[in-house]
Structure formats: C-alpha cells, structure tokens
Design a binder for this molecule. Sequence first.
Ligand SMILES: NC(=O)c1ccc[n+]([C@@H]2O[C@H](COP(=O)([O-])OP(=O)(O)OC[C@H]3O[C@@H](n4cnc5c(N)ncnc54)[C@H](O)[C@@H]3O)[C@@H](O)[C@H]2O)c1
Ligand SMILES: [Zn+2]
Length: 313
Amino acid sequence: MVLIKSSFFINAARTFRNCVPRCDPVKESDVVAFAEFLSKSSKLLMVTGAGISTESGLPDYRSEGVGAYARNKKFVPVQYQTFIKDPDFRKKYWLRNYLGWDNLYSLTPNGAHLAVTRLERNDRLIHLVTQNVDSLHIKADTKKVVELHGTSYRVVCLSCSFDIDRLRFQSLLAKHNPSVAINQFPLNPDGDVDIGEEDYKAFRVPDCPDCGGVLKPDIVFFGDNIPKPRVQFVNDLVDECDALAVCGSSLTVQSSYRIVTRAHNLKKPIAIINIGKTRADDLVSFKIDAKCGQVLPAACDLILGSNYVNLDR
Ligand SMILES: NC(=O)c1ccc[n+]([C@@H]2O[C@H](COP(=O)([O-])OP(=O)(O)OC[C@H]3O[C@@H](n4cnc5c(N)ncnc54)[C@H](O)[C@@H]3O)[C@@H](O)[C@H]2O)c1
Ligand SMILES: [Zn+2]
C-alpha cells in the first residue's frame, strides 16, 4: 500500500522566467526577403521547433543562456527506456508533470503561432510539421498540423488502445492525490517542474482503467521511434512542397534534420528563422537570426496586408 503523507507542499518559486535568448532586432531587409520567399511559394511546408514557443513562456532545450541545457548542466530529457523500465522514475515523472500542468495548460500562442494560422487561412501553407508537444499551434487554430513528436495533451496506455485527454487525467491524478498541493513553479521545457528527491514516492498514478497497463503521455520520448506512417506522411509533404521554412529549431534532433536534408536533396528552396546556429546552416542559402515572433507577423503583414480579418473566420 502506498502511504500518503497528510499533506506535502513544495515551496513556491518564481513562476515566470525569460525564455527567449538574446538577439538583435530583425532588419527590415530580412523581413522583406522572407516575405518574398513566402510570396514565391504556393505550397509552403513549415517546420517549427521549441524556439517558436519561447515567446509564449516555455523554455526550449538549446537556447544560449536561457535554454534547459544552459540553465542546468545536468539536464537530461526524459528517456523512453527509463520511463518504461523504472516505476520509481514514472512516479516522479508524473508528479513533476502534475505540478507543471496548470502552467503548461495556461500558455497561449504568440504572434508567430498566429502568423502561421494566417498563412494557412490564406492558402499559403500546405502543412505545418511541429516538433513541439505544447499544442500551441492547435490553440492558435492552425488546422493542418503534424505533431511529429506527439502531444502532452493526451495520455495513452502502453498495452491497449485506451487514451484520455490530459485535462481529464489531471482530475484523475488530483482524485488519487488529494493531499498534494499544487503550487506555482517555473516550467521546464518538458512541461514539468523541478522538485526535490524526497516527496515523489507517496504520489499515486492510476493504471489503465481498461487493462491495468502503464499510462504515458502521447509524446515520442528520446530513444523511442516516431510511428512509421507519420514519418511517411511528412516525407510525402516534403516531396509535394515547393519551399520549406524552418522556424525556431536548432535541427539537432535527427527527425527534423532529415526533413531539411530531404528537401535540400530535392533542391527545394529552404529558409531558416532561428536565433543562433542550426545543424543545417550550411545547407540553406537563406537564414534570419531573429525572433520568430518578430519576423513571421511582419512578413505576413507585408504579403497579406496588416489587417487580420481572416483570423476571425
Ligand atoms: N515547446 C515544446 O513543445 C518543446 C520544448 C522543448 C523541447 N521540445 C522537444 O525537444 C526537441 C528540441 O528540438 P528543437 O530544435 O525544437 O529545440 P532546441 O531547443 O534544440 O532549439 C531551439 C532553437 O530555437 C532558437 N530560439 C529560441 N527562441 C527563439 C525565438 N523566439 N525565435 C527564434 N529562434 C528562437 C534557439 O536559439 C535554438 O537554436 C524537439 O524534438 C521537441 O519535441 C519541445
Ligand atoms: Zn490499457
């Protein structure tokens, strides 16, 4: 039997932190060049990464000075094998995730997410491929989205087809852990928070109600594979598009780097908007080192006009 402490509080810390790395304001000539790039394309494919969400308040992994690796030299993203094999790790994972959920759930899309939706509504975009699991593109109402690495907004069973919305799962966790107080913490990139070593063993995580299996967020953790049909779908998009734009990704992760190399091999025009280096800088002729939240809305205004009528549709 799991013993629950009468209550455990984990001290409140600063809830908000700057997540955006330092950079210069975008040059007008760069915005004009990116707007030209967009306007030449009628079948644009866009790939986004954690960098597009930093202006919404969610840290990324590799931003200089403010990303998870810069803040915490010991930072290790969740590994699939550890989650599968280690029940203690899973308990701690779910407690950290439980405590971070309210903050993650309350994040809102920024101007860059909204600009992507504008492009879609004006038939400029064939599809969006995001590496993010934060659902901010869905909240911004972009419709054609592939979540390459899954989503934090759904929980699945590892043994059967059961799934549950993350919001409902939060209520279940609350029901199982009435004595755990949720205080406000600064969010980590994985939507969780830092806690001490001591408290997690009392945390109770329900098993799958259908088969008793292990429940996991519907995220492709490091060391796991992206489902093959999803990879094939993205490959087909790369083949179909007439241009590729990458926004807010270091492209360190192989699955996103492969999208760019495939487009490069097919001689598609490629543009990158990213603060700092990416793994594909040598493959592209056009790179803007500035905030997505500055470049995307400004370029959209240039090609679509500055009123946002289409966003109300
Ligand atoms: N938001 C999320 O859902 C989230 C957050 C962290 C990590 N992840 C996962 O981790 C992996 C990390 O790879 P990645 O390439 O997406 O992230 P990354 O951390 O490797 O790279 C992000 C890049 O974006 C740049 N950047 C940060 N803010 C920016 C801004 N406002 N405008 C322009 N550039 C900005 C950074 O300098 C960095 O080079 C992904 O697979 C993703 O699934 C997801
Ligand atoms: Zn099950």
